[in-house]
Design a protein around this ligand. Sequence first.
Ligand code: PLP
Length: 367
Amino acid sequence: MHAEELQYINEAFEKNWIAPVGFNIDNLEKAVDDYINAASPVKYKTLALCSGTAALHLAYKVAGITKGTPVFVSDSTYCATAFPITYEGGVPIFIDSERDSWNMDPEALEKAFKLHPEVKHVVIVHLFGTPAKLDELTEVCARHGAVLIEDAAEALSSFYHGRHCGTFGKYNAFSFNGNKIITTSSGGMFVAPDKEAWDKAMYYATQSRDPVPWFEHKEIGYNYRLSNVLAGIGRGQMLHLDEHHALKKHIYETYKEGFKDLPLTMNPYLPDTEPNFWLSCALIDRNVDVKPMTVLDAISAQANAEGRPIWKPMSLQDVYAGSELVKSEDYPVGYDLYDRGFCLPSDIKMTEADMQRIIAAVRSCFT
Ligand SMILES: Cc1ncc(COP(=O)(O)O)c(C=O)c1O
């Protein structure tokens, strides 16, 4: 937190706008619109919501995902990419990762369309804030007449060929959860280029109310708008987004330098992309007998800091037992990343001494 967040919260109190409408929400939406649209040929408009999960849920509803709709979705991701498909009764078909950015493999996606040519929805994630292969993925989707949806929850301030992630798909989402590069404590945004989609998302987010003076409803709706008080936090945080990005990048570079002689590689990114470096991760070389949990335990014991294994693929989760995975290799790439990878502590409040303690703890596992 910086000073401005509290100032904007106080303004909401002083003006008595303690509701899911108000000037902090309007200002936050405008700030994010301006930020993400700077290099986008198509102008996207954001809708502030109470979570990134809600934003994805509305993206799926507006995209027409409903009972029985098959959806191609990244396998290596956080549960919230897939769960709202299931809320709607859609059927996720998981697509494996490639090794260059750890995101959806365009070749596996192509293979999936051969198996299921009827599929019309593709949901990709930019995992850990690293842009996916958007050129290839958008080309495959266009060729098969499928709608692309970006889960850019972790990717605010990530750029692909100079253009902001979340401005490529037809309906997209950001998260402002407490752990993200900027936060509203809990919050998120639905993102779409056309007013019709934005209006529809707004309608669902406000209990599907018809525009009449009384409460009139023809569809089931949700109470998904962001509070004007919490939007004040986001408004203040937006002023510091580039600063957070630079700090995240510094953390990544510091780890990279600290591990350069170890049998580890940092999470990779594509040429001509600028990730937001939201989470720094590392992959232990094959044939090295050190497990991710051993390293994470050392970080905890020696540096009193928290890391985590790479996100466990959705097709390995009990809740999705029996679901289909379209693999990139015989042993899925996402499973391999999960077996050998770990996320490093990446909090921008870390000091140089904190980072050096973490680096020493990791090094102790390999010497
Ligand atoms: C990839 C991904 N998708 C979706 C979400 C859901 O966002 P939220 O926690 O704001 O609901 C998150 C973060 O939590 C995420 O990391």
